[in-house]
Each structure stands twice: as C-alpha cells, then as structure tokens.
Design a protein around this ligand. Structure first.
Ligand code: 5AD
Ligand code: FES
Length: 345
C-alpha cells in the first residue's frame, strides 16, 4: 500500500482498482505516509502559505430541496434571511481590514438575487477593492446569467458537483435536479473564464468507494482550480437526520489523495471538517490543504445559515475569529497570507 502512495506522488494517477484499495485501507502507516507526501507536494508549490476566503452567506432562502441540506425549501423550521447591498458591503469592509483579499458571496438559490442585483454588487466590490477577487457560490443559473456576472467582474465560481454518479445524485436530490445540468453549469463556467471550484461531501448517505473514484475521475476531466470537500454531517430537520456522518479519517485520506492527484490545486480545510473534530482544519492543513474560508457574515445571521448541525464559528467566539484562526494556522506550522491567492496554473 505504501508503494501506491509512492506511485500516486510520482505519477499523479492510479488505476481505479488501486484507488479503491488506497481509499479503503485503514492502515495508519499508510495514512501517515500519504499525509507526509501530500504536505511535501503542497509545500513544493505553496510553501507554508494559507490563503483566506471571506465567506459572506447572503441568503438562507433556497428554492431547492436537496435531501442533505439544512436550508432546503421544505425545512419549515429554518429561519430565513437576506443580506442587503449595504450588509454585504459592510462585510467586505470588515473583511478587507482583517486582510481578506477574496470575498465569496454564497447563498441558497434565491431569485431575489437576480442578475441586476448581483452585477451591481459585483461592480461595486471590484470598484472599491480592485486588488480583491470576487467569488460567487449561488448554485445553478443560466449561462446568460453566469456571463453577465463575469462581465460585471466576478472572478471565480464555486459549485460542488456533489457526486459524479447519476444514481447517487438521484438519491441525494429531488427529481427536478440533475447531474447533467450540474455538469453543464460547471463546464459553462469554465468556458466563460471563471476559476472554478467543484467538490463533494465525504461519507454522504449511500456513497460507495466506487462513487468516490468517479468523483476523482470527473475532476480530472473538469480540471477545476479548487476542490472543496468536507464530511457529510446530518442536519436534524432533513430526511437524512438519522444518517451517519462522514469520518475524519476518510476525509483526510481523500484530501491527501486529491493533493497528490492535483498537485497545484487550491484545497480548503473546510468548516465541516472543523465541525466534526476540534482540530479537523489543522489536520487538513497538514494533509495538503492550503485555503481556509472563514465566515464574514454578520454574527446575528450566522446560526440561520445552518447547512448541517453544530456548525462552528456561528456564536460569540466568531468576533475573535481572526485571532483564533491565526493561532490555529500557526499551531499547525503554516502562515496566513493576505493575498488574492489565485491558482498557479
Ligand atoms: N453536511 C456537509 N456538507 C453539506 N453541504 C450541504 N449540506 C451539507 C451537510 N449536511 C455542502 C454541500 C454544498 C456546500 C455549500 O455545503 O456540498 O455544496
Ligand atoms: Fe472562527 Fe475560530 S476559526 S472562531
């Protein structure tokens, strides 16, 4: 098994069968060797740098009904909110002060944020902060809409594919959503010149190791600039409330594999990873991650953007988030930098 890690490190690829074996292995010696190789690769291209992305959760309204998600339409207990133009700009102002040079506007699929609204705010942010990147994470929209927002100045788009397996996709989403459209959106975004982020949840209900290999193959095909993965965590008001959460071990294993397969990728240590273990993000950083996406949303709204249970950084401690992060990143042996942090290819 150690030789598989060696091969992946050198050739950035393995056969399906080899990948399955590597993902399945529970040998701690393999995990440690994979971690070392992933860290070596990350340091070769990015040194000790950790890039920050300021996450602004603009809306908890969503027209979709994904079975895993806490802000799905049918969750009548979810409290809904929308950030105004002024709210969003004040998050950016605060974030800029703290050294953030990327702002991510993320939200449920909410028609309130039409092209006119989005293009206006994108222009305004790019005008005020020409040295910053604007990232969008607003789900599936028309090619026309993606094009307008790109022309208004948006640089990047995050849209996890969620799973590259048609059958699993259907088990995680209602009938009116399709993997085909999801993929079409991702390829449209790439073609329009966005730097694109794809990704999936680890340990989602019904997910098999073969499904995970499909995810890796799909991303080899798409060649995104960022890959966002985190453990699935059940939310108490969803159909998946009694499902098991994804494990720390499997998530770290996939992070290591992804770093070796995509040596120059931007790889966030996600909030979900920090939620299933108090030092999850630190372990992610040591296993190839080079991005952290702290929450910049106004504290009073944070608990309402609850995709899964027990999400961290939503309470009182949030005000001191920058200091907390700084200590965490340093304790793992890395350093936060105040850069846009574009992908290096
Ligand atoms: N557990 C973990 N991640 C989740 N997401 C949505 N719901 C959950 C959950 N219950 C992820 C999805 C989505 C991203 C914004 O959050 O992958 O793309
Ligand atoms: Fe946000 Fe610690 S990282 S409060």
């Amino acid at each position: 098994m150690l030789s598989l890690v060696e091969k992946l490190y050198e050739t950035h690829d393995l056969t399906d069968e080899e990948l399955i074996n590597l993902i399945k292995s529970e040998d701690s010696e393999v995990s440690e060797f994979l971690r070392e190789k992933a860290d070596e690769t990350r340091q070769k291209y990015y040194g000790k740098k950790v890039f920050l992305r300021g996450l602004i959760e603009i809306s908890s309204f969503c027209k979709n009904n994904c079975l895993y998600c806490g802000i799905r339409r049918d969750n009548k207990n979810a409290e809904r909110y929308r950030l105004s133009r002024e709210d969003i700009l004040s998050c950016c102002e605060n974030g800029y002060e703290l050294g953030f040079r990327t702002f991510v506007m993320q939200g449920g699929e909410d028609a309130y944020y039409n092209d006119e609204f989005m293009c206006g705010i994108i222009r305004e942010i790019k005008n005020k902060y020409p040295d910053c990147a604007v990232t969008l994470s607003l789900g599936e929209r028309s090619n026309q809409s993606y094009k307008r927002m790109k022309e208004a100045g948006a640089d990047r788009y995050l849209l996890r594919h969620e799973t590259a397996d048609v059958e699993l996709y259907k088990k995680l989403h209602p009938n009116n959503m399709s993997l085909e459209n999801r993929k079409k959106c991702l390829f449209n975004l790439k073609k329009l010149g966005y730097q694109v982020g794809a990704g999936f949840m680890v340990g989602a209900p019904f997910q098999t190791v073969e499904n995970l290999v499909s995810d890796l193959r799909f991303m080899q095909h798409l060649q995104p600039q960022m890959i966002g993965i985190g453990p699935f965590i059940p939310h108490h008001d969803t159909p998946f409330k009694d499902e098991k959460q994804g494990t720390l071990e499997l998530t770290l294993r996939l992070l290591g594999i992804i770093r070796l397969m995509f040596p120059k990728i931007l790889l966030p240590a996600t909030t979900a990873l920090g939620t299933i273990s108090p030092t999850g993000r630190e372990m992610g950083l040591k296993t190839g991650c080079n991005v952290i996406m702290p929450n910049l949303s106004p504290v009073k709204f944070r608990k309402k953007y609850e995709l899964y249970d027990n999400k961290i950084c939503t309470g009182e401690e949030a005000a001191e988030c920058k200091g907390c992060l700084q200590r965490r990143v340093q304790s793992a042996g890395y350093e936060i930098v105040s850069e846009k942090g574009d992908c290096i290819y």
